[in-house]
Design a protein. Structure first.
Length: 120
């Protein structure tokens, strides 16, 4: 993964690929990430977690979503498909904004693009 001078994970094709490989097929990982504009987020990713029953709300599905949890902000399952997730959508779902939402959307889209290729 690509890191900045402080060891924080930053966006790059290598980062997207390694994170996608880590979570594909039911994996999960947690990491410290920065938007390189002064914001640090602790992020937990999970893809295809075991479904134990009960109804999931808001269209979430353990079979089709990449779950992104931003500690102290929010969590959401983003559908693994070819559709771009816009920063405004990321803002709504994860309660981040500005350049952080832009960069986080890039991260999510980069990972989903690779996961989609693995699964199709």
């Amino acid at each position: 993964m690509t890191r900045d001078e402080y060891g924080e994970i930053i966006n790059s094709k290598e980062t997207y690929k390694e994170l996608a490989e880590e979570v594909q097929g039911g994996g999960q990982c947690v990491f410290g990430w920065t938007d390189q504009s002064g914001t640090h987020l602790d992020i937990l990713l999970s893809c295809h977690p075991p479904y134990l029953g009960g109804g999931l709300q808001g269209g979430q599905s353990s079979h089709t979503d990449l779950f992104v949890s931003v500690m102290r902000f929010g969590a959401f399952g983003f559908l693994i498909n070819e559709n771009k997730k816009y920063p405004s959508y990321v803002t709504e779902k994860l309660r981040v904004s500005g350049i952080t939402a832009d960069k986080l959307a890039d991260l999510i889209n980069g990972i989903i693009k690779i996961l989609y290729k693995y699964e199709n």
